[in-house]
Every structure is written in C-alpha cells, then in structure tokens.
Design a protein around this ligand. Structure first.
Ligand code: ATP
Ligand code: MG
Length: 594
C-alpha cells in the first residue's frame, strides 16, 4: 500500500517544543513521530510507531534466535510478590502504587523479575525443564525523578526484558553469554556506536552485570575506558587502593589555627602560612575532607554518615547513589548540626568520629558514634591535614590507623581523566553514554525469596539460579535519532527508517504527479515501503519536510521529467544525483536493499 502524505496522520512543526532540550526530543516531536501527554509520557503517531515496530522486530528476532520464548505479563500487578522480595518498599518513590475498589494494593510494573519467577515456579518442577529463557516486550512504569529528553527517560516506556533459569552456576554463565552475544547483534543491527561496560546492579540485586551504552555526549551515564580494554560505568569503578605505609617518624597530631578556612583552597593557603612544610607546599591532596550526609532508606529509617576523602576530589553523587542504594543521601540540616555538636560545620574531622585517645589529648569531647567511611586512598599509615571538630581549627599529621580507624571504605570520589585503571591497563578516559541495555547474573535472590526450586538429577530440591536482561526499546528509538540527526532533521539508518523511500512530486504539472504515482505503485508492488509526498505544497516546504522526516532516500519527480530525469537525494550524506526515469524502479530497489 502506498502511503500518501496528503492524507497521512502527521503534521510537521516549525517550532521546537518548549520542554525539549535534546535534538532527538525536539525532532521526534517536530517531525510528527511522538506527542507529549504528560511529563515522561508520550503517544506514538504512525511514523513513530513504524520505527518502534522495527526496533521491536530486531530485538524479537535476536531473542528468538537464542531460543528465548516470548510471553507477556500484565503491567498492572499485585503487591504480594513485590512485598516478598522487598521491592515494594525498596523501589521507593519510583514505583507507581495504586489501589483497587476493594482497597487492594497494586503497582505498575517497573520490571518483572518477580512475575517471571512465579510463573516458572507454577509450571516447572524438574532440572529436565532447564535451561529456560523467557522474554516480553512490554510497557514499564517508573515514576522517574527527572523525566527528560523525551523517550530517553520516560515514566512510561517500552522494555524488552528477559529472564534465564538454570540449575547451576555454569548454566547461568552460559545463559548470560548467550544473551550478551544476542545484545551485540541487536545493537550492531540498530547501527549504534556502543560500548559494553562493567556495571552495578542497583535495585536489581545480584552480581555480574554489564551495560551496553550508546556513546553520546548527551548521555546521562559516564563511563571510563583504558587503552588496555578496561571499560566500566563510573558507578562501578572500584579504584585500586595504594599499599598501606609506615607511619613511623610522623609526629603526633597538632592543632593549627585556620580562621575562616572552611574550604580546601583557603585551608591549603592557611596551612602554608602558619605551618609550612619543609619538603614542599601543602596541596589539596594532603587534606582529608569530611562530608556529612543523612542516609534515608525507603522504609523511613535514617542515619548520619560522614565520608572522608582527599580534599582535591569531590564526591561523585552518582557513585554515592549507586553505592548506598536503596538508601538516599540528603544534606544535613541545621537541626542535625545542633543535635550533633561533635560535627562542627567546615571543620569536621575523623578524630571526633573515631579517636577518643586523640580527643582526650586535645581535651575535647568523646567521639560522636557517627558512622565514618573513607575513600580507599586513606590507607593505614597515611597522614592528613584535616578538621579538628573545633571552629577555626585543623589538625596536622592525623594518621589513618594510628589516630583514627574508620568504620569502613566507601569508594565514591570522582574519577578523573588520567586516573589509573584499577586493573593496571593504563590511564582512564571519561566519556558519556546512554544506557541501552543491561544484563545481570541475578543468582538465587529472587528464586530464594519466592521459593523457585526444582528437583535435580539426584531427586534433591535445589534453588534455581537466574539472569535478567533488559533492552530499552522506546529509548532505542530516541538514541538512534540522537546519534544520526543533524540540524535539518532526523536521518534514519535503513534498518529503522519508517519508510524505505520518499517520493516527492513537485510543481503543478499533472504529468509529474502521475509519474510519481506510477513509480510509487511499481516500487510498492515490489515490496518497497514508499511514502509519497503528493501534497499541493511548495517544493521548498516539501524538501524541508523530507529532510525533517529523515527517510534515507528521497526521489524528486519534477521539472527534469521532460528530459527523462529524476533527482535522487541521500539524507545521510546530502548527496544529490540524477536518476534516469528509464529503469528508475529497478535502481531504487537496489539502493533501498542497501
Ligand atoms: P537508568 O540508569 O537509565 O535509569 P536503569 O538502570 O534503571 O536505567 P534497567 O532497570 O537496567 O534500567 O532497565 C533496562 C533498560 O531499560 C535500560 O538499560 C534502559 O535501556 C531502559 N530504561 C530504563 N529506564 C528507562 C526509562 N525511564 N525510560 C526509557 N528507557 C528506560
Ligand atoms: Mg540499568
């Protein structure tokens, strides 16, 4: 069937939507692919739906090819299974919760581990039934704090999620590898430039996990790479700690007066004035900065936490969030400081957190009992310039392991370009990406919580081990748009284009329109998906719209027709060339076949 623009349900817009920042978001709306309904919630128009269907098809084919079987669960789910795994609470405000008329609790599924686990438990009971892989392509709901960038971060979005079920660890490793290979094929076919990086598993639980990130300066994820092949989401980087050193010969801590030096720069200046070092000037990296937070868990529990790290580095809030999930960190309030006189704003130091001996020596109060975690660089034997928990005062020569002992390590300092890769594979470089897919070895977390066991070959009941694997299907539409668009509009790769070919008839000549119709009919009969611009609009409007819509090849039927010529335009390269009418359909079939 030929699709004619004169009657197609699309209106292109000149103006960018007011809420859009990213090019893909602006263009998908302006070109008539999607319409916003509410923040993070979109309707799909015919053009958008065709692209979405192509992404779905690629994903479906590759899932089927590894023997995964398609099912579909409801989006509206009962509370109980999510209560059993703790996620009803742990998901926090990201979960859409609702009641039915009998006051029963329901949720809109953010991801479906629980439901798949229960389905397999319902129907399977023997090791002979495994391995098994199931998937669905379905709508998910997450009440994201910052829905932005259109389809890239929706509150309603489409995900392919699959789950593997195995009897043992080796089986899980094999299932994981099959999915990983399938993902490589999916993202190759989508035409994205992507990297596979080590990841954290977040609210999902489980161990081994990797993300597929589309490389994009507008991505929300930051990842690092080394020349030697290390690649990780910054959230997942564990830095290689230095060796502990010998503190012998380092004198006992002593206080220096540093009025007004509540920042690292002013502190370094003050120390260089009042207590210059013999060997070299003080640096930011000599200082131990202590940052206090309140951790709040989804169930309302909360606790103070102080994080100590070298003063020349900031805390990376995404690394912090990932490390403390499902708890969230909030800044301390004035009341918190009042209630904890041991925490002196701007002068917090480790000896008040754990250092009764030193405190006694200084004639100060006993330790606060607040949990104190330090950066891995703060190894035993290292000496620091740090807060004294007394206004306008810092301490010199506070030695880790001698003058204080932290309650543990928290690796949440920013990672910088040039930092060494943890595996020794060279300096790290940072770049940004869009998370397109995420694969996890879940292990037995969900099977344990929900009692998914089968009989093994010895007739013994064993807990099944699982993997979970997601692709952002609606996000992929936007990510590909983002990667391929230019200032004139969208520019789809052939694999995803809503139509193979756009034919634009220009002018008022009936013969031109008739020739365009005939060419369209011939190609349509040959199975080419044709969009025919048969509108009574000016050539300028039609050409601009063709560029905005982003179909890879456009054929212009116009004035050249009397000389037996059409014009061919390639959207991606901008190339223009003449195409003889004679044999045009055959040539165009070759072009769209790629
Ligand atoms: P993000 O870190 O971007 O919030 P996530 O790690 O929470 O994503 P997963 O739970 O791993 O996401 O979900 C699997 C896939 O679903 C992601 O890799 C991503 O492609 C997609 N996805 C997740 N959240 C959204 C969203 N709000 N809008 C669109 N796609 C999403
Ligand atoms: Mg993820």
């Amino acid at each position: 069937m030929i699709t004619r623009l004169s009657s197609y349900f699309v209106r292109t817009l000149r103006e960018d939507p007011a809420d859009a920042e990213l090019p893909s978001h602006k263009l998908l709306v302006r070109a008539g692919y999607i319409r916003r309904v509410a923040p993070g919630i979109y309707s799909w128009l015919p053009l958008g739906l065709r692209v979405l269907a192509k992404v779905e098809q690629i994903v479906r084919e590759e899932m089927d090819a590894i023997g995964a079987q398609e099912v579909r669960f409801p989006a509206l789910l009962p509370r109980e299974p999510y209560e059993a795994t703790g996620r009803w609470t742990e998901y926090g405000p990201n979960l859409f919760r609702l009641h039915d008329r009998k006051s029963g609790d329901y949720l809109l599924g953010p991801t479906h581990e629980e439901m798949f686990t229960l389905m397999v438990k319902d129907l399977y009971s023997s090791y002979k039934d495994l391995p098994l892989a199931l998937y669905q392509i379905q709508i998910k709901y997450r009440d994201e704090a910052r829905p932005r960038a259109g389809l890239l971060r929706g509150r309603e979005f489409i995900m392919k999620d699959s789950y593997s079920f195995d009897i043992d660890d080796a089986g899980l490793a094999a299932s994981y590898q099959r999915h990983r290979d399938a993902y490589v094929r999916i993202f190759d076919r989508l035409g994205l430039e992507y990297v596979i990086v080590q990841a954290t598993s977040g609210a999902m639980g489980g161990s081994a996990s990797e993300e597929f990130l589309a490389v994009s300066p507008n991505g929300e994820d930051t990842f690092v790479r080394s020349p030697g092949g290390y690649a990780a989401n910054v959230e997942a980087v564990s830095i290689a700690p230095p060796q502990p050193t010998d503190a012998e010969g380092i004198p006992a801590p002593r206080a220096i007066l540093t009025p007004g030096a509540a920042t690292i720069d002013t502190l370094v200046d003050a120390a260089n004035q009042v207590a210059p070092r013999a060997d070299r000037p003080w640096r930011g990296s000599d200082t131990l900065k202590n940052v206090a937070f309140r951790l709040v868990w989804p169930d309302g529990r909360s606790e103070l936490l102080v994080v100590g790290l070298p003063g020349d580095r900031d805390i990376d809030l995404k690394r912090l969030d990932a490390a403390i999930a499902p708890a969230e960190a909030t800044p301390l309030t004035e009341e918190d400081f009042t209630a904890n006189p041991g925490l002196v704003k701007g002068y917090i130091g480790p000896v008040a957190l754990d250092g009764d001996a030193v405190l006694a020596h200084l004639g100060s109060e006993a330790a606060t009992g607040i949990r104190y975690l330090v950066d891995p660089r703060v190894v035993p034997g290292t000496a620091w310039l740090t807060g004294a928990n007394v206004a306008d005062t810092h301490l010199i020569d506070v030695v880790a392991g001698r003058d204080f002992t932290a309650d543990g390590v928290l690796d949440v300092a920013e990672i910088r370009d040039g930092d060494p890769a943890p595996d020794g594979s060279g300096p790290l470089s940072l770049a940004r990406g869009i998370e397109m897919g995420h694969i996890f070895q879940l292990g037995r977390k969900y099977a344990d919580a929900l009692g998914l066991k089968v009989l093994d070959s010895n007739g013994k009941l064993v807990t099944v081990t699982m993997g979970s694997y997601g692709v952002g299907v609606s996000r992929a539409v936007a990510a590909v748009a983002e990667a391929t668009c230019d200032d004139k509009g969208l520019s789809w790769p052939r694999a995803l284009a809503p139509f193979d070919l756009q034919i634009v008839a220009t002018g008022k000549d009936e013969a031109v329109f008739a020739a365009a119709e005939q060419l369209a009919a011939e190609l349509d009969a040959a199975g080419v998906a044709v969009l025919l611009d048969d509108r009574k609009a000016s050539p300028g409007v039609k050409f601009a719209d063709a560029e905005l819509l982003g179909i890879p090849t456009t054929v212009i039927v116009g004035r050249g027709l009397t000389d037996g010529l059409l014009e061919l335009r390639d959207r991606a390269t901008g190339e223009r060339s003449d195409l003889p009418v004679e044999g045009a359909a055959a040539r165009l079939r070759e072009i769209v076949a790629g």
